[in-house]
Design a protein around this ligand. Structure first.
Ligand code: ZN
Length: 188
C-alpha cells in the first residue's frame, strides 16, 4: 500500500523522494494522487498558481541538495484560478485586492501580460489555455536559472527541471518536453 505502516516506519529514518513537484494548491490537483504515489515518493511544494518566489526556490534547493532528488516537475493545470484571477485583474483592475493576494497575481502577471496584446485577447478560452502554459514555462525557467545551486546541479546532469500541465477534464498530465526519465520509485 502507498501508505502502509511498514512503509511509514521505513521512512521515519529518512527520505529519498525521486521527484520534486512544484504544483498549484488547487484542491483538484494533489500531486501524490495525480501521479499515484505514496509516502516518501514526492517532495511537494504547493502554492496558488504554482508561482516561484524565494521560498519555493529554497524548498527545491533543499530537496535537490539534501536528498539528491534528480527531477523537478512544475505542475500547472487547466483553468488555474490564479491565472484566471490575473487575467481578470489585467483586464479590469480592482482597487481592493489584498496585498497578499496581489503578491501572487504579480508573480503570474509577467507571464501572461504579453498575451493580451495578441489575437488571443479576443478568444477567452484560448487565452486562458495559453496563459496557463506560459505561467508554467516561466516558473520552469525561473527554477532553471534563478538559483546558482540548481544551475550547478543541472549543468552537472544531476537535476532536470520540466514543465507539465494537468487537465482537469481528462486527468492526463502532458509533459512539455516529453516524459522525463528518472530513477524508479523505491520498492515498497
Ligand atoms: Zn491553480
Amino acid at each position: 500500500m502507498l501508505t502502509s505502516p511498514s512503509r511509514r516506519a521505513e521512512l521515519a529514518a529518512g527520505q529519498e523522494p525521486f521527484a520534486i513537484v512544484l504544483g498549484c494548491s488547487d484542491s483538484r490537483v494533489p500531486a501524490e494522487i495525480v501521479f499515484d504515489q505514496g509516502l516518501g515518493d514526492l517532495f511537494v511544494i504547493r502554492v496558488a498558481g504554482n508561482i516561484v518566489a524565494s521560498s519555493q526556490v529554497g524548498s527545491v534547493e533543499f530537496a535537490a541538495a539534501r536528498f539528491g532528488t534528480p527531477l523537478v516537475v512544475v505542475l500547472g493545470h487547466s483553468q488555474c484560478g490564479a491565472v484566471l484571477a490575473t487575467l481578470e485583474e489585467l483586464q479590469q483592475p480592482t482597487e481592493q485586492q489584498s496585498r497578499n493576494l496581489r503578491s501572487i497575481v504579480d508573480r503570474v502577471r509577467p507571464s501572461v501580460e504579453a498575451l493580451l496584446a495578441t489575437e488571443l485577447a479576443h478568444d477567452p478560452d484560448a487565452l486562458v489555455r495559453h496563459a496557463v502554459r506560459a505561467n508554467i514555462r516561466v516558473a520552469t525557467n525561473h527554477l532553471r536559472h534563478g538559483s546558482q545551486i540548481l544551475e550547478q546541479l543541472i549543468q552537472g546532469d544531476r537535476l532536470l527541471v520540466v514543465g507539465a500541465e494537468y487537465s482537469l477534464d481528462t486527468g492526463v498530465v502532458e509533459f512539455f518536453d516529453g516524459v522525463p526519465v528518472s530513477r524508479r520509485p523505491t520498492t515498497r
